[in-house]
Design a protein around this ligand. Sequence first.
Ligand code: PMP
Length: 286
Amino acid sequence: MKQVWLNGRIVPEEEAKVSLFDHGLLYGDGVFEGIRFYNNKAFQLDAHLERLEQSAKAIGLTIPYSVQAFKTAVDSLIQNYPESQGYLRLVVTRGVGPLGLDPTHCKRANCFILVDQLNMLDKTLRETGVRLAISSVRKIPNECLDARVKSLNYLNLILAKMEANSVGAHEAILLNTSGFVAEGSSENIFIVNNGVLQTPPIQDGALDGITRRLILQLANRNNIAVSERSLTPYDLYNAQECFLCGTGAELIPVATVNGRRVGNSPGDLYKRIEALYQDLIVEQTD
Ligand code: PMP
């Protein structure tokens, strides 16, 4: 029987209930994190809890649990889970309130953590690479909702993903409203050009991804040249390598963008960084 953590208690999934008047459900008013665990240990938990706190702060949402309470909850769920690897989803909603957008009368946030497997991709695609489609759906501009807030509002990303599905692509790439590449529907993007690893700056509308940060750190530590710079579809089409990264996705090589083949997939630099990333996981979850 699956267990979840809900507002301070570990309960069987069937018994975990939240109200239909929760503003997370009614308006997508809330924030969340997706966290992987390996070898019975949450990976990058501090970074995820810090981003959760910052997302909540940015939308004026008070989280009624301490970082330590979340750490204990995460640990109990992992220890009770039958497999040593998996995925956790930590959600904080605005809580129950009267109908209407105003959160003033939502007295207490609802917090829950789910644990499950997340099988994002067929294993062979990690070897051959995925097909990307540049979506007609643009990222919501930072002036409207800062992309650093990992909010429960994923509708534009879902629409982009649906569009990718409809053209037989595995993933969508969203541009910002100025036409610069922002990110995938749930991953950040990197390319390699002239031997330099490049990724769009966060200001271009990407989530400040924890996997992205780790890749930038690994590159710096291993004398791999990196550049955070604005990218256009032209840069993707002309890339020597391209890959996606995220907690759920880990690192995924890209084979084509809008049907155009992108260099070698998987490329040499991808393979090097992927190996460094796997080593880091082992080092931090040993
Ligand atoms: N962008 C979006 C929109 C995402 O949902 C995710 C997954 N959380 C990412 C990027 C990758 O971020 P991270 O490496 O922190 O999982």
